[in-house]
Design a protein around this ligand. Structure first.
Ligand code: RIB
Ligand code: CA
Length: 320
């Protein structure tokens, strides 16, 4: 059983990753923290509770709301990809009686600080806890600043982020999670805890087409199926208009798969550096991935290849 803490900025692909993780018996989700990114952190927290409500859980993992702003840069969000509410605008859907189909959740039950919850969990499970970072690394960097000695006891950090041998998805050179807070990423990659990273080079190998989603859902009308139908339309429409296909990349589901089925993934050791000063290159992740140029002191394992069909088959096997 792998104990994990998920740090997330839901986000449609975050939502699918959280469902996948919650339905994976290989994982024990000890806590979930929210961070600013795709949407402001208050909305990310609302969205997390909406996602967990889909599962009709008897009890939630410990939850805490995190940082509202990156360490240095002003926040940029991705509502144009994920919808104004970050979940495909499900918050606007109504029942026939006019009541919200996805009612706002009560956020008063939460821990007040993601940093405190991260530090509490790594202290409770020294050397056993994997921190799965699905958004900007602001909370992780703040926890390191707060208590580096405690954070050294993290087993590993599994990051969705960065891009090495492809173009970025925010600028030509940068992927969103790193671009939003490159200063946080710099501090996390410089910290020394083992890092496993799923960059766009890997996540772009897995395409969830609208056809595949439709085929998997079929005639089902359960909570998960209805949520998948409701939450993914806006994102797939963005992809149809701007990426050229009806579907989307489930970026954030890959770090979950890397933990439950590592055999579906191939990674290489590398020394990853983050550009924090550049204008054209701000948020760029730099590493030489050539085998003959391996760095003597790598700080990360970079995923370069995914068995995409096996991964997708497993993803839907877990959801259904
Ligand atoms: O670049 C993709 C990443 O940015 C994903 O985590 C997505 O949710 C957005 O946060
Ligand atoms: Ca995300």
């Amino acid at each position: 059983m792998q104990r994990i803490l998920i740090d997330t900025d839901p986000g449609v692909d975050d939502a699918l990753a959280i469902l996948y993780a919650m339905l994976s018996p290989e994982l024990q989700i000890e806590a979930i923290t929210t961070v600013c990114g795709n949407v402001p952190v208050t909305q990310a927290t609302q969205n997390l509770l909406t996602i967990l409500d889909v599962l009709d859980l008897d009890e939630f993992p410990a939850i805490a709301q995190g940082e509202a702003e990156p360490l240095v840069k002003p926040l940029i969000t991705a509502a144009h990809v994920h919808g104004d509410d970050g979940l495909g605008n499900v918050s606007q859907l109504r029942n026939t009686d006019g009541s919200p189909l996805y009612p706002p959740a009560n956020t008063s039950v939460l821990f007040t600080s993601a940093v405190d919850l991260i530090l509490e969990m790594v202290t409770r499970y020294p050397d056993e806890l994997a921190l799965v970072a699905l958004g900007p690394l602001t909370n992780v960097a703040k926890a390191i600043r707060e208590d580096a000695a405690k954070m050294q006891r993290l087993q590993k950090i599994v990051v969705m982020g960065g891009v090495f041998e492809e173009y970025g998805n925010v600028t030509t050179t940068a992927e969103f999670n790193i671009f939003v807070d490159p200063h946080a990423a710099y501090e996390v990659f410089d910290f020394g805890v083992p890092i496993h990273i799923a960059p766009l080079d890997a996540t772009h190998q897995v395409v969830l087409t609208g056809e595949r989603l439709h085929a998997e859902i079929g005639k089902r009308e359960d909570n998960i199926s209805n949520f998948l139908k409701d939450a993914t339309q806006a994102c797939m429409e963005f992809y149809r208009q701007h990426v050229g296909f009806w579907g989307f990349h489930i970026h954030d589901a890959l770090p979950i798969g890397m933990l439950t089925h590592p055999e579906h993934f191939e990674s290489v050791d590398a020394y990853v550096q983050i550009e924090t000063e550049g204008t054209l290159t701000n948020g760029m992740t730099i590493a030489d991935l050539r085998r003959e140029r391996r760095h003597p002191n790598p700080n990360a394992r970079v995923c370069i290849k995914v068995a995409a069909e096996a991964f997708l088959d497993h993803f839907f096997k877990r959801l259904y």
